[in-house]
Design a protein around this ligand. Sequence first.
Ligand code: GAP
Length: 543
Amino acid sequence: MPATSLDTVVSLCKRRGFVFPSSSVYGGLGSTWDYGPLGVELKNNVKRAWWRSVVHERDDMEGLDAAILMNRLVWKYSGHEATFSDPMTDCRACKSRPRADHVFAAQKGRDPKGLAEINAAIEAKELVCPKCGSKDLTPARPFNLMFKTSVGPVDSGDDSGLVYMRPETAQGIFVNFGNVLDTMRRKLPFGIAQIGKAFRNEITPGNFTFRTREFEQMEIEYFVRPGEDDAAHEAWIADRQNWYFNLGMRRENLRVREQEKHELAHYAKRCVDLEYKFPMGWSELEGIANRTDFDLKAHSRSAENPDAVGELKYFDQEQKKHLVPYVIEPSAGADRATLAFLCDAYEDALVKEPPAEETAKLRELVESFAKSVGRREGMDANVKQRLVSTAETIAAGLPGSLPQLIGLMEDSDAANIEVMKKVRGVGEKIAEEHTRTVLHLHPRLAPLTVAVFPLKRNDARLVEMARGLKRDLQKSGMRAVYDDTGAIGKLYRRQDEIGTPWCVTVDFQSLEDQTVTVRERDNMQQERLKAPELAVNLAARLP
Ligand code: GAP
């Protein structure tokens, strides 16, 4: 079962060095995160798997790495200066500034059709401040999401040095269309892929790394003849789903959602979102849009664009004429994909049953937690209902529901309830002894591929053989580590928790016959394999 609460994943990420709050020595900077030693390996593996799939394993793709800072005119003619904004309203009573379209959607049960409809609802006092309930809201105004900075040694105080931190990597691809076409002698259809940072001054960042102000995108612009765009769009929708499935994502957790007309970006003819069932609900993982010829035309010299130096077009040898290609854009977030793979891979599993009396004591405490929450006043009704029903279900299902209790013990909404301290006092010890946390990550995504242990760390021969084996595995290109800081059972647990697919133990038999024990993460099965053949053997198991 994948993670049911984001708090559980956040807690694992902090505890095991996947993700840390940014600049924490100064109290942090809201919604900014640093990838730690294991997180950077995982995210790099996600990006590597994407690049391999969309560039190296195809014949119709090229790669690109464009600059983050670009001529401001790129953002003028792409439409971002005028339209890349969220509508905000101010509450005159409590001074909060909610997103007006979110307020509208939450209170009317549907998305608004535009700013005019939002403002009509505000004027008619149909919307209330989600924080304090006041109807005294200002008309919604667009708030541009692009971060500004300036180039040059002096800030002149005017806009002459103004540049934007790119809000999408896509424009870097469009403005390089001609360069790639000419230098790589490409024929349609072909695409350009890019991975890189993007920046948006999001009004409501949150849900861990799901929505941040600095993030990484993995984008493809796939150029086709007009008329061939619909078929190419369908093909990419299928390809992109398969990429997630081939990397182990559960089919039931990924769905396709067609964007409604009023949701479409100004450049899109059609857009399909791939949504993942995150613990906070179905949310966008990747957008796959048909951007038509909007961007290439927008950056071509014309009456509307006298600043461009030329035209971004393609000479079709078959038709002997110039045309402007249509573009299909599969646009994924590297951070969001990494988070989705983490949630999908997460499992707290019962490995053996605790004694009946321990279970009974824990059940009693969880029941009293449910009652205590039920009696509590001033608590958000939804949170209350969620905590009560979760606790009741867990109490009824113990000891089988011990893994779900771990989620409840880490739930930030449950932390302030007094009885939770008692639940944790008993529950954490039982969970520690009877469950394991495991990340069932695809072996190509796992931060470490293999961990090697000596059965005894004070036996020089075992240590030497284990270290030598680790070096051989490293030389074969695997991310391998050596560890002797605990008993074997504990070391297995630690590696399960970070998703290492294989653990290898060197014991006394190894010294005699050069075989080692290889333990598989998911089924915990052990087998004896020949040490000199281990690198080849494990490489063959990498799907
Ligand atoms: N070029 C098209 C484009 O940028 P988008 O839907 O705005 O489209 C594409 O972004 C993907 O980038 C999203 O599906 C998501 O995975 C990721 N993304 C967008 N905004 C993000 C944010 N604030 N934090 C993390 N990832 C984000």
